[in-house]
Each structure stands twice: as C-alpha cells, then as structure tokens.
Design a protein around this ligand. Sequence first.
Ligand SMILES: [Zn+2]
Length: 252
Amino acid sequence: MKNLFLLLILILIAANTKASEAIGSYNAGKLKEADDILEQAPSVLKLLRPRNRSFATTEMAELLEQMAQEMRAEFPESEPLQVGDIAARNGGKIAGHKSHQNGLDADIVYYTKKQTTQNPNQSRWSEDFVKGGKVTDNFHVERNWHLMMKLIDTKKVTRIFVDNAIKKVYCLKRSELEKTHGKEVVTNVLRRMRPEALHSTHMHIRMNCPEKDSLCQSQPDPAKGNGCNAVFVVKKPKRPIDPFNDRRGSKR
Ligand SMILES: [Zn+2]
C-alpha cells in the first residue's frame, strides 16, 4: 500500500514536470514533448488548422495564452488573438518556412479595425494588410503596437518580423510613441521589429531559448538602435510574392 502511494506521488511529480524541449536553432532544430495550443491555449483562435502546425514549446503556448487573455481583457470588443503556423509535433523543417523548427516561432494575425475573425479551417491567410506599399485601413495601428510592446516587455520575445511598410508606420510615429511610452521602450520595440518580406498578412514572433533547454541555440540579439533608417530605403523584391501563401517561405 505504501509503495503504491509512493508510486502515485512519483507519477504525479513526473506529470507536473513534463515539459517541452526546444533543440537546436529556429532554422535547424527539433521539438520534444510539444504542447498543442489547440488544447493548451484555449483563448487563442488557431488558424490554418488543416496544416497541423499547432505544436509549440510550453513557454510559447503559455505566452500565447497569456497574450490572448490580456488583450481580451484590455480590448473586450476586439477579435481573439489569431495564430497561424507554429511548428510540427516534433519540430523540424516544414513546407513554407525556413524557421518554425524548434517551437519558438509563431505567426500572429494583425489586429484589425473591423475586428475581423478568419476562418480557422482555411489553409491560407485571408487578408493582406499591405497594398501598394501602404498599410490598409483595417490594420489597427494602436492595438498592434500595444501587442508588440507587451510581447517585448516579457523579455522572452527577441524578434518580431513584420512587413517593411508596417515598421515604417511606427517609425513615422516614433516621437508620438516616445511621448507616451518613453524613448527606451520605443527604441527597444523598434529594434526588435524586423522588416521582412512575406509578413504583410501576419507578424512572426520569435522567443529566446528557455533557460532549461540546454541544447537550444538562441539567435544573437539584433543590432542596437531602432533600425528605422533601413525601412526608408526602397528595395525591389527579387521575385514576385504571393502574400497569402507562405510556400516560398520566409527566410527568417
Ligand atoms: Zn512565421
């Protein structure tokens, strides 16, 4: 009886310490004991479900759930936090992405003025927020800034990839933002907001390695400064881009 009791205690401890592990880097990595955000992050609306990439580190699942809950509490009228691809169950290479390999990358739909909810059973994004190099009216400038500021404030998120036109909006609003949030905060968010092709339908967040994951390789921090000069240099894409389809993949 006593042994049975001890066994039960051991099983309970094991169940509680079950944790995911991110292995390797964001673009050459694996994921062990992943959380499925369809189960672990009930406040998140998981999109692109036919792609079956709802797997994440426990840290990512918790971060997404926390953000979804806090955004809902602060903006009760807004659409839920909508998440696209994270990783495959065991991580590794997935079609359409070079990264998303170790459960520390996730795609989040931009918040919208019209509180648009996308159909979770589609396998493509349904809205592009940049047309002709300009951010569309439905892109919620303040709410997306608020989410990005919150993400960076956790100190767990190292980079947020967005379309160049989107970073430009915030670079142009820089002094106004600094009046409200202070220069240090604004510079740090802009520093980590990285302009990248194929991010006009969603932002892509990347977390630092969890401390306990000794085989995980973090990417070095981005260079200091807000990086705003670079977004005003006009670059021509090397090839035509279909913003609704990630097939060709984001480099990052
Ligand atoms: Zn992504």
